[in-house]
Every structure is written in C-alpha cells, then in structure tokens.
Design a protein around this ligand. Structure first.
Ligand code: HEC
Length: 138
C-alpha cells in the first residue's frame, strides 16, 4: 500500500478524534444534570455555583471560613428564619460588593448554605413566598 493510501484510511479516524475533542470543549460548561448529588435540587446546584463565584474566596470551599467566618449551622440558625438570613446576606454580602447579585442568586446561594448545613427542608424551593416560613432551628 502506498503512503498516500495509508493516509486516506487514517482520515476518518482522525476526524472522529477531533470531534470528540471539540465536543469535550463545548461540554465544559455547568455540570451535567447527571452529576447532581441525589436529593440536591436544581436550586441548590445553582446556588453552589453562585457560592463558588461570589463567596468562597472569603468563606472557604467547605464553608469553613477564611477571611470571613465559617457559615455553619450555629451561625445560620441565629437568624431564626431563611427570610432574615436573606435580608442580612442581601444587604451586606459579598462584603466587597453588597447587593451585587440578583434576587434569584441570593435565594439560590442561601438554599445552598442551608442544604449544606442540613437546614433546608426536603423538596423546598427557597423564594420570597417560602423564606419567612422556613424556620432555622439549632
Ligand atoms: C470579601 C470577603 C467576603 C465575601 C466575598 C463574602 N463574605 Fe460573607 N462575610 C465576610 C465577613 C468579613 C463577615 C463577617 C461580617 C461581620 O462580622 O460583620 C461575613 C459574614 C457573613 C455572614 C454572617 C455570618 C454570621 O456569623 O452571622 C453570612 C451569612 C455571609 N457572610 C454570607 C456570605 C455569602 C452568601 C457570600 C456570597 C454571596 C459572602 N458572604 C461573601 C466576608 C465576605
């Protein structure tokens, strides 16, 4: 077989490899739904992304606190309800740019904080209509 023919035979293989590579790049956005932890709502998944972007630098990857305090159950339950926690966070956080997130992003990130601390009731979407009724008890 000539060198030329050999190269022609390889082309389809190379084409497929290139498509897989490009597909990998395009697929590099948010985590696919299949990667969700069971029981974690879409809101909590969104909130985790808001946290990574806007809060993690001061509160740590595991809410353990770095520049800011840890965001643990003892601190969060001090607010009494999710609505009061929302008011505080919206008014003061991120500390370097208070009020800079959308209302939805604030609810999402708080849902994430509550869920991580076992304080979000199951099957609950946190929003303006539910926040006052979500009691945060130690
Ligand atoms: C630039 C650093 C910084 C960033 C970014 C930041 N925080 Fe904070 N955060 C702090 C500091 C410092 C405090 C303590 C404030 C105080 O004691 O007055 C705090 C306090 C808090 C508290 C109150 C804790 C308590 O003990 O009552 C919550 C809740 C909180 N932050 C949530 C968030 C959330 C949610 C985000 C992201 C949207 C965020 N923070 C982003 C620095 C930051």
């Amino acid at each position: 077989m000539s060198e030329h023919l050999r190269a022609m035979r390889l082309l389809p293989v190379l084409g497929t490899a290139a498509m897989i590579a490009v597909g990998g790049l395009i697929g590099g956005g948010p985590l696919p739904v299949a990667a969700r932890v069971p029981g974690q709502s879409a809101q909590v998944v969104q909130g985790e992304q808001v946290y990574a972007r806007a809060c993690q630098s001061c509160h740590g990857a595991n809410l353990e606190g770095t520049v800011g305090p840890p965001l643990d159950a003892a601190r969060l339950t001090a607010y009494g309800t999710a609505a009061r926690l929302y008011q505080y966070v919206r008014g003061t956080m991120p500390m370097d740019a208070p009020g800079s997130l959308s209302e939805q992003e604030y609810y999402d990130v708080i849902a994430y904080l509550l869920q991580r601390n076992g304080l979000l009731p199951p099957e609950t979407t946190l929003d303006a209509s539910t926040a006052a009724d979500i009691a945060l008890r130690p």
